[in-house]
Write a protein that binds this ligand. Sequence first.
Ligand code: GRG
Length: 298
Amino acid sequence: MVDSLHTYLEEKTAYIETHLVPALEKEGVPASLYESMKYSLMAGGKRLRPMLVLAVLEALEKPLERGVPFACALEMIHTYSLIHDDLPAMDDDDLRRGKPTNHKMFGEATAILAGDALLTRAFSLIAESYLANADVQPTTTVKLIAELGKRAGATGMVGGQMADIEGEGKKLDLTQLEYIHQHKTGDLLVAALRGGGYLAEANESQMRALTHYGFCIGHAFQIQDDILNVEGDEKQLGKAVGSDADREKATYPSLLGLEESKQRLDALITEAKTALAEVGLQHSALMPLADYVKNRTK
Ligand code: GRG
């Protein structure tokens, strides 16, 4: 079990961050495109998805280095999704993590291309790195690519984003809201867990448990996001500027109320941890990481 979650998060964040910039291609890339990609990739962030990959390898006692290319690829896809989400055609945000959004810094065209290039680089990074690594079977590399394509694309994150946009201003029910968040937010977390599982040669029951854990924390992540938005808005004395309420988006608290949302959040975290304990992974960092999803304040 990790002694201190805080230290664990700091150490793993630093480890991941040393690998992100070297994972980008520089030679032959227009300088403005490279700077735009690097700007958003290194603009902070919790690095939760890469951290989950490393935690799976650690839990199954495999070398952490093996997870690095896949972890970086996930962070690149996450970064691209945020760059595109901030564009005027989507959320039209000026700030992300307290800094100007990519299109505010580099212009819209460059921001679109930086997102495209990060998405593409994620896949070439996986293919190049693992095909050159004798510890990873080529079939594992293909599984990683398939997993990421499915969870990031039209059947995953992009599909969830589309449903979210189409749901704006409509009265959604819980099933529709869950569909949106399972795909928009949850699928990339599930990809982190399953990709880590492939790389760590998890057996079938471990793989099922990791998938279920990913599903539960993905769902919990979104509920906590909604709760943080409500509580943040309450602190601003009900002035919900830029909030989901303003944009007429359904949220868990708006459908279930704050108390029931919190109960669901607790139940999901317990379910995630139980799934791991059932396959003997109760001592891994994945346990406190589940609590972190619930207790996070940003
Ligand atoms: C544009 C294809 C496309 C998809 C966008 C991720 C996403 C889909 C939209 C972001 C909007 C949003 C706030 C979603 C809620 C959950 C979420 C993914 C939050 C951001 O993830 P964190 O908290 O971000 O891990 P950091 O900043 O820590 O990296």
